[in-house]
Design a protein around this ligand. Structure first.
Ligand code: GLC
Length: 446
């Protein structure tokens, strides 16, 4: 994955616990850091992959590209996409209940089927599916009404379009180098569709995908960015716009080290697939989702957790349950989640952590489900209090190995009284006597 726009343009100082970005004096994007503020504080987003692939429960677009299903059989699903039980307000309530502060919905996947009423003379749900209507507008409005930021996923790749080179993994319509006029026609079409989405929904976030098939120059990525920001200046763009996005998007793999992009978001599936596939029952447990989420925020990132509604608009019960369970946990621990920043660097605590913005409160996410004791090393501060978040009970603390005449801090052992354990993941709130100060040495006397 290429680094995002900021990394290319700005010098970012990834010191522990903070991200300082210096905007070059002559930059035209000086306003832009502010616009990312809500994103940095949002922490949790819900990704929605909804499309005709939910009808037969096959891979979104990739089913025909990888020749698992013939193209015509795949596209035939559009005739059975009904949205008959679609309740956008219920979706919104569920998203809000999970604790997510933004949602990103597919407006068009690589199969080229638009979910809105595109005027570009191509595949769309309102034109060709029994759903017969723009299914995005009601969701966008209900999310906005509820104060949830709206993201529009848009695939640059369009394997269905008559002017797009690739069709499947082993067939092409034409070689771009041999017919640049045809390619330019496609680029014009894509830019026009992006404009339609931007004008209709005024999204807070544009989530591009599929940039890997062509270069920034071929997509005219700089123009896409410029055109979006012209009428929607606060819009955030993800990194999959061939280097012209604002934040990084690692996918499926939980980072071990803090990603280099100042802002980033891990997108993951709840089971194994993005879209609805009834035979895919290998779901991550609520505990697993929470611990992955805690890991992301511990490293200063967000989690974009995917759901795949059925063709009729119902959200599968397993997904609803997980969102609700996640919501119970995010609500109880909101203080440790939102408006916090990355926690301790590796080596101090064997688990995720976050810090209050002023660095005086440390939140420890207890790994596993035990009561401890948990070791925390290298904290130079005095601990003023320790409490089990959301329980109004005190945590237990013991300091060992502090030598009175050495400046090297001792080792804390924190534990949680058993009755105060959270059924999923317990969080300890450790109030320090001031801004956190860390000892990062090698253990010798100082
Ligand atoms: C990949 C896949 C796509 C999926 C996306 C989500 O890019 O091509 O199917 O929608 O990841 O991040």
């Amino acid at each position: 994955m290429k680094h995002c726009f900021w990394v290319a343009l700005l010098f970012s100082q990834l010191a522990w616990g903070q991200t300082a970005v210096v905007v070059p004096k002559n930059s035209t994007i000086t306003d832009s850091l502010q616009k990312l503020e809500w994103f940095g504080e949002a922490k949790l987003g819900i990704f929605i992959h909804w499309g005709i692939y939910a009808v037969d429960g096959v891979d979104e677009s990739w089913a025909f590209y990888n020749r698992k299903v013939p193209y015509l059989t795949y596209m035939d699903q559009i005739k059975r996409f009904t949205a008959s039980k679609y309740q956008p307000k219920e979706w919104t309530n569920l998203i809000a209940e999970s604790g997510a502060k933004y949602a990103v919905i597919t407006t068009k996947h690589h199969d080229g089927v638009a979910l809105w009423d595109t005027k570009q003379n191509t595949w769309s749900i309102p034109q060709s599916a029994p759903a017969r209507r723009d299914i995005l507008t009601p969701l966008v409005w209900s999310l906005k009404e509820k104060g949830i930021k709206v993201g529009t996923y848009f695939s640059l790749i369009d394997w269905s379009h008559k002017d797009y080179p690739a069709v499947t993994k082993d067939s092409i319509r034409y070689k771009l180098t041999e017919d640049t006029l045809r390619w330019n026609r496609f680029v014009q079409f894509t830019h026009a569709q992006i404009k339609e989405v931007n004008d209709a929904y005024h999204p807070d976030l544009f989530w591009f995908d599929g940039d890997w098939e062509h270069s920034a120059k071929e997509w005219k990525a700089a123009e896409i960015r410029q055109a979006i920001l012209k009428t929607n200046p606060n819009c955030i763009i993800n990194a999959r716009l061939a280097g012209y996005g604002d934040y990084g998007t690692p996918e499926q793999h939980v980072p071990i080290q803090r990603p280099k992009d100042p802002f980033w978001e891990l997108c993951i599936t709840m089971n194994k697939n993005w879209g609805y596939q009834p035979h895919d029952t290998v779901y991550k447990s609520t505990f697993e989702l929470i611990s992955i989420f805690a890991d992301c925020i511990s490293m200063g990132g967000n989690l974009l957790l995917d759901i795949g509604p059925k063709e009729n608009g119902e959200i599968p019960e397993e997904q609803v349950r997980r969102l609700k369970e996640l919501g119970r946990w995010t609500k109880k621990h909101s203080e440790a989640i939102y408006e916090t920043k990355a926690g301790l660097p590796l080596g101090h605590f064997y688990g995720p952590s976050t810090l209050s913005k002023d660095s005086t409160v440390l939140y420890l996410f207890i790994p596993g489900k035990g009561e401890g004791p948990f070791q925390v090393k290298g904290i130079k501060n005095q601990v003023k209090s320790i409490e089990v978040l959301g329980q109004q009970t005190k945590g237990l603390a013991k300091l060992v190995g502090k030598i009175s005449w050495s400046s090297v801090p001792g080792v804390w052992y924190f534990s949680v009284p058993k009755p105060s354990l959270d059924p999923e993941m317990t969080v300890l709130k450790v109030v320090l006597d001031g801004k956190i100060q860390l000892y990062r040495g090698q253990g010798g006397f100082e």
